[in-house]
Write a protein that binds this ligand. Structure first.
Ligand code: TYD
Length: 224
């Protein structure tokens, strides 16, 4: 079976992930790659239904465990309905946020038990580990400023943006710790550089990884 490539984009708020995903998709399509751009929470009809519940803050009063399970439910649907079929069909999937966001936002700054988070992750992704993860690193003060500009004056910050700078700082450190622990999967991108420079770094890293890729062995525990 043809095997595609699964790339996730992670990092704090306002790091420019979405802009860079669009630019990378354009570059890859110009080289005739079949590219699918998607995002979390969301990306499939079932997961999009859960997205609003999470980002509006409707689930917040029920605690981080409830939110973590909802993110996982959305992720499971997204993986089985969209990501796995596309990768098996040979596409390159570019996904804005994935499991590392849950590890950081719910696990680290939500204070949830690591064993619980691991079990939830295994159920949600069912072997669909990213081939490559780009971690967009930026000083949270700068990132939040950018996120506020992007939102405009009328909209307030969402459930996860609204937390204190200290919380965003802990998230930044947690993403960097993941990159350090899993260097074969993760590449840290300096997201403070200007967008054209970031685009060049991202493009080079991704094309190099695609050229050197090994056939991936994904362990799925149950049929989709
Ligand atoms: P979104 O509006 O998609 O923006 P962005 O990715 O540009 O920040 O917001 C998604 C929010 O949800 C973001 O604050 C991170 C948070 N999130 C989690 O807390 N856990 C998760 O597993 C995911 C995927 C996202």
């Amino acid at each position: 079976m043809a095997s595609g490539f699964f790339i996730t984009f992670e990092g704090g708020e306002g790091a420019g992930k979405s802009t860079q995903i669009e630019r990378l998709a354009r570059r890859m399509r110009a080289k005739r790659y079949d590219v699918l751009v998607t995002r979390e929470p969301g990306g499939s009809p079932g997961a999009e239904a859960v997205r609003h519940v999470l980002l509006s803050g409707a689930a917040e009063p029920f605690g981080p465990k409830m939110e973590a399970i909802l993110f996982a439910a959305a992720r499971s649907d997204h993986v089985e309905q969209v990501i796995r079929p596309a990768v098996e069909h040979g596409s390159v999937v570019l996904c804005d946020r994935f499991v590392d966001s849950s590890r950081v936002y719910q696990g680290v700054t939500g204070g949830l038990d690591p064993a619980f988070m691991e079990a939830l992750e295994a159920v949600a992704i069912n072997g669909m580990v990213p081939d490559m993860t780009l971690i967009f690193d930026i000083d949270p003060a700068e990132g939040l400023k950018r996120a506020a500009l992007r939102r405009g004056a009328d909209d307030g910050p969402d459930r996860f943006e609204k937390e204190t700078l200290a919380v965003h700082q802990r998230r930044r450190e947690a993403f960097l710790a993941i990159a350090k622990a899993e260097p074969e999967r993760c590449v840290v991108i300096d997201a403070a550089a200007d967008p054209d420079a970031v685009e060049n770094v991202v493009t080079e890293a991704v094309f190099a990884a695609l050229e050197n890729r090994l056939p991936v062995q994904r362990k799925q525990t149950a049929p989709a």
